[in-house]
Design a protein around this ligand. Structure first.
Ligand SMILES: Nc1ncnc2c1ncn2[C@@H]1O[C@H](COP(=O)(O)OP(=O)(O)O)[C@@H](O)[C@H]1O
Ligand SMILES: [Mg+2]
Length: 399
């Protein structure tokens, strides 16, 4: 490795003695990078025009190329703010602050995943007392899972045997201002689940966890037993896609083995290394550092933030409907480019095709991600469904 390839890495962690922190530090040093553990809560942020700054233990923080955030649940607000500050200063974060914030909240994560073709545990979120019982029924009735939105390590996950008990628990938690998710109990998974460790666009290690005795939670912190597994392709694809949709490059994706395939429960942004390295023998820390070295120049860009600077331009996604004149035409003959529309990618049958070529033929059902003038894009966007209320309004206002 030339000095040019060596990185200055800071691991943001509250405790340098944790297994994961030590492993990352060792793996980084072994590869010739300079690496230090920094306590997240010792940073100070100064938010100034064109000059975002950070201090560490009261002094100016000397620049680094990369940060590896390992932010625990109890300090997530402050921790994510520190990561965001690094991002504004142009420092590459292994996981983006946006991804961290989404992953921290189980409801938010499932909401973001739900519009994609990915199996998730059916969930409900309600506030009104009268809505609780119908919500329990709607996700499948008792036994039902109740979850605190910000729980970790199996704490805050309850299996309620009857609807009445579930309702009482939810009411009680709500009185104490806790946000709770009502979730279908995936019984066929029998206290087992899969943890897939995603680094970039592949799963580098995977294990099955089994709950012990009468316990239904398979978390290692709840005594769960682990074994390595060879992941079926569908599970691997699901884990990688879920991590990307949430906005994470490195993630521990928890999936139940449902009767129709993988069911995502949660996506962890600071997954522990001890359980997975112990179960599989894979050098996960090394995989993470190698990934960093390769991707350090590809920071997260917010496309909308950048591209909407041009007045009248927007990013939009639209489907090729069955009777579309574009269906069956190669992209080069679609006329899109002539009208200033750039197609950035196509999604077809759950597969993603980046930067399509002119010779690629459009098919009904394709989803096109485009950048172009709003006025032209508008023609391709599906019409809003006309509700009866809107129809009535239109009638009453028309001459
Ligand atoms: N909907 C569900 N059906 C069956 N088992 C579940 C369900 N949700 C959670 N579990 C069990 O509880 C464990 C902890 O749930 P999880 O959502 O991962 O919370 P945590 O963040 O505390 O790990 C899971 O690993 C799984 O074994
Ligand atoms: Mg979990």
């Amino acid at each position: 490795m030339t000095p040019r390839d060596s990185l200055r890495i800071a691991i943001l962690s509250r405790n340098a003695q944790l297994y994961s922190t030590k492993r990352l530090l060792t793996a980084a040093k072994k590869r010739g990078h300079s690496c230090h553990v920094r306590d997240t809560l010792q940073f100070g942020m100064f938010v100034e025009h064109a000059a975002p700054q950070l201090t560490y233990r009261g002094r100016n923080f000397s620049p680094v190329d990369v940060i590896i955030p390992r932010i625990g649940g109890s300090i997530s607000f402050y921790g994510h703010a520190v990561v965001r500050q690094f991002e504004q200063m142009g420092v590459f974060s292994l996981n983006s602050s946006n991804g961290l914030t989404t992953a921290r909240d189980k409801l938010r994560s499932l909401q973001v995943l739900s519009r994609h073709d990915i199996g998730i545990a059916t969930s409900a979120f309600v506030q009104n007392r009268r809505d609780i019982l119908p919500a329990i029924k709607r996700v499948g009735g008792a036994p039902v899972i109740i979850k605190l939105l910000a729980g970790t390590q199996g704490m805050g996950v309850i299996l309620a045997d009857t609807e009445k008990v579930a309702e009482t628990i939810i009411e009680t938690l709500q009185i104490t201002q806790q946000n709770v998710l009502i979730q279908k109990f995936v019984a066929e998974s029998k206290g087992r689940d899969i943890r897939a460790f995603v680094v970039g666009d592949r799963v580098v290690a995977a294990m099955r966890r089994r709950a012990v005795g009468s316990e239904f939670r398979s978390n290692v912190h709840r005594g769960g037993k682990t074994e390595p597994v060879e992941l079926p392709a569908e599970y691997e694809r699901t884990a990688v896609r879920a991590a990307h949709i949430i906005g994470l490059r490195v993630a521990g994706v928890d999936m139940l083995e449902g009767k129709d395939g993988p069911v995502i429960m949660e996506v962890n942004a600071s997954p522990g290394l001890e359980g997975i390295e112990g179960a599989t023998g894979v050098d996960v820390a090394g995989e993470i550092i190698d990934y960093l070295a390769e991707h350090v120049r590809f920071s997260d860009l917010d496309l909308r933030q950048r591209l909407s600077f041009a007045r009248g331009y927007a990013v939009a996604e639209f489907p090729i409907v069955t009777d579309s004149p574009l269906a069956g035409k190669p992209l080069s003959e679609s006329g899109l480019r002539e009208r200033d529309i750039v197609v950035m990618s196509i999604d077809r049958n759950g597969q993603h095709f980046p930067v399509p070529r002119g010779s690629d033929v459009l098919v009904a059902g394709d989803l096109l991600l485009c950048y172009g003038p709003k006025i032209t894009l508008r023609e391709f966007l599906p019409h809003l469904k006309e509700t009866s209320a809107r129809k009535r309004k239109r009638k009453s206002t028309s001459p």
